[in-house]
Write a new protein. Structure first.
Length: 256
């Protein structure tokens, strides 16, 4: 269901319940323009086509959807669709900023399954939340929202955010849909070998200095190393998987 945002899923739900409809009717129900409804229906048809299902038929502004076809798969996905609340969305935006300085407004809205207006509001809330920190969130045309500040303060922000959510990734423990999204963000942005090497490096530190890190200490150290493996230019985790790379990053972090 990743191709459809929340409104498109709701439109598809409506068409399943009421197969015959009109653009005008849908525009009134969802309180958006007919032009936007047309765009949403086009996205729905693309989704249906990729799932080998009959598309919504359109003629003179009338829409018809064949509900006699096998829809159990998408019905299950639609019924289990989860709407993130405002707090969850801003937390996800924070983590996205840890892996990328630029966040495109439209892509963020689609990813979080909300409207552009809603995501703009989320960014404003996030701006106010971090306004006392020595960096800020700004907006520029064609780039979207981005974080501006010194390298040290951006890394401090990353450390705080990573430390908050790293237990979900390390323990592969997600008890809610929100946790699962957080886990997948880490998984999609940290190469598997990098994660393995961070773990091996920490365990080597324990052996070398006869230490036994608590879970909390392990998670903080893991987060700290991860901060310095994120490339500040490409905003991706370094794919180098040797100890020298991790050791160099860790030594640099201890200087700060």
């Amino acid at each position: 269901m990743k191709m459809l945002n929340q409104r498109e899923m709701n439109i598809l739900k409506y068409l399943i319940k009421k197969p015959s409809s009109r653009y005008k009717e849908l525009a009134e129900i969802f309180q958006i323009s007919e032009r936007t409804i047309r765009y949403n229906v086009d996205k729905i048809n693309l989704f249906l086509h990729k799932n080998k299902l009959e598309e919504v038929q359109i003629k003179n502004g009338n829409l018809f959807f064949n509900t006699e076809q096998e829809l159990s798969g998408i019905n299950s996905s639609l019924n289990n669709s989860y709407i993130l609340n405002q707090k969850e969305r801003t937390e996800i935006l924070k983590l996205l900023f840890c892996f990328s300085r630029d966040i495109n407004l439209t892509k963020a809205a689609d990813y979080l399954k909300v409207s552009r207006t809603t995501i703009k509001s989320d960014f404003e809330i996030l701006k106010n939340e971090i306004k006392d920190i020595n960096f800020s969130i700004k907006y520029r045309q064609n780039k979207g929202f981005y974080i501006s500040g010194s390298k040290r303060h951006i890394r401090s922000f990353r450390l705080e955010t990573f430390s908050k959510f790293i237990p979900i990734y390390i323990k592969e423990l997600y008890l809610s849909n929100f946790d699962k999204i957080i886990y997948e963000l880490f998984q999609n942005n940290i190469p598997e070998k990098s994660g393995q090497q961070i773990n091996c490096f920490i365990r080597e530190l324990e052996k070398k200095f006869s230490l036994n890190f608590s879970n909390n200490s392990y998670e903080i150290l893991y987060s700290l190393i991860l901060c310095f493996l994120v490339n500040d230019k490409s905003d991706t985790v370094s794919k180098q998987n040797d100890y020298d790379s991790i050791n160099s990053s860790f030594l640099e972090s201890t200087k700060e």
